[in-house]
Design a protein around this ligand. Sequence first.
Ligand code: HEC
Ligand SMILES: [Cu+2]
Length: 375
Amino acid sequence: MLPHKRKRALPTLLPGVGILLVSGLAQAAYEINLNPPAATITQEIFDLHMLTTWIATIIMVIVTALIIYSLFAFRHSQGAVADQEFHNNWFGRWAWVLVPVVVLGIDLSIASSASSTLSSVESHDKADVTVNVTGSQWKWTYEYMEDGVKIVSNLKKLEPTDPLYLRDVDNPLVLPTGKRVRFLLTSSDVLHNWGIAEIVPKKISIPGYINETWTHITKEGTYRGQCYENCGTGHAFMPAVVTAISPDKYTQWMTEQKTQAAQAATEASSDKVWAKEELVAKGQEVYSKNCLACHQAAGQGLPGVFPALAGSAIANGAVADHIDIVVKGKAGTAMAAWGPQLNDLDIAAVITFERNSWGNTAGDVVQPKDIKAAR
Ligand code: HEC
Ligand SMILES: [Cu+2]
C-alpha cells in the first residue's frame, strides 16, 4: 500500500513546484540579496554578511548531503545495523576532538571579522561633516553642525500606486561623497531609529540622549531608509532619504542653503507688519509642511486621534490660546511645541492661515511680533 502511494505523490506534486518556480522567475526585479552597499562601512557589513552566509550555506550543503546519503546507504530494508565499534578505531576516538576544533575555528574566524566590523561601526574618528539628526513624530530634522543649516524632512504625499509611496520626502538630507560624515542622533519625543541600509548603520534615537554613527559614501545617488522603531500611529510616515553628491556640488549646494537661510532669518526677525493675504499664503505652506500630516488638508483632522481645526473652539476663539498651543504644544499629546522649531513669521503665518480657512471666521491677523511676545 505504502510504496504504491509514494509513486503517485511525485507526479501530482511536480506541476505545483513548476508553477512556483515560473512565478518566481516571472518577477522581473527578483533579488535575493541585500541592496549593494555604497559606503565603506556598509561594504564591511555586507562582506561580513556574505562571509557568514557562505559558511552557513556550505555547512548546510555538507550536513544535508550527509543526512541524505546516510538515509539511503544505511537504510533498514537493506539490512543496515548500527556500528557498535565506531569508538574503537582511530577516527571514532578523535572525531570528538577534531569536530569541535573545526567548529570553534570557524566560529572564531566569524567572531574576529564581526568584532572588527563592530569596532568600525563604533569608531569615533574625526569627521569632515557633522549632522545632527532629530526624530519627531513624524519627521526628521537634520542640522549641519559646522554650517548652521537646518533641513526639515517630511513625507511627500504620493498616490498608493506610486513606486515611491511612503518612501519619498520633500527635503532629502544632502551629503557629499568621499567625506567622512558623523551623525548625532536624538529625538524630541519618543524612540525613533534612523539609518539607511546602503550607507549608514541604523541607530536608535532617544530623547535626551545622543547616539553616534557615521558614513563615508563612495557612490553618488539617492538612498532610502525609514524609521526603524515603532514610534506611534505615523511610524510608517517618516522615511529617511539621503542624496549623495560630489564634494564640489555639495559646497555649491551648501552656499545656496546658507544664503536662503540668511534671507529667511532677516525676513522673520524684521519688525515688518505683514498683510493678511501674505500671511495666509505663507501660512498655507507652513501648514502643508508641518501640520497637514495630522490635522489633514481641509483641517478636518482624524476623528478620535487629531482634532479638526475647521470649526475648532481654539481656532475660532481667543487668539492668545491659539498662539499658546502652537508655540508651547500640549504635553502628553502628539501636539508638539512649535516654538523651538519654527520662526516667528512662520508661526504667525500658520495661525493666521488656520483662523481664516476652512470656514473659520476668527478673521484676525497674527503678526511675528505677537509670537515674539508670547514665547
Ligand atoms: C503629530 C501630529 C500633529 C501635528 C504635526 C500637529 N498637531 Fe496640532 N494637535 C495635535 C493633537 C493630538 C492635538 C490635540 C491636543 C489636545 O489633546 O488638546 C492638536 C491640537 C492643535 C490645536 C488645538 C485644536 C483644538 O481646537 O483643540 C491647534 C490650533 C493645533 N493643533 C495647531 C497645529 C499647528 C499650527 C500645527 C503645525 C505647525 C500642528 N498643530 C501640528 C497633533 C498634531
Ligand atoms: Cu519614528
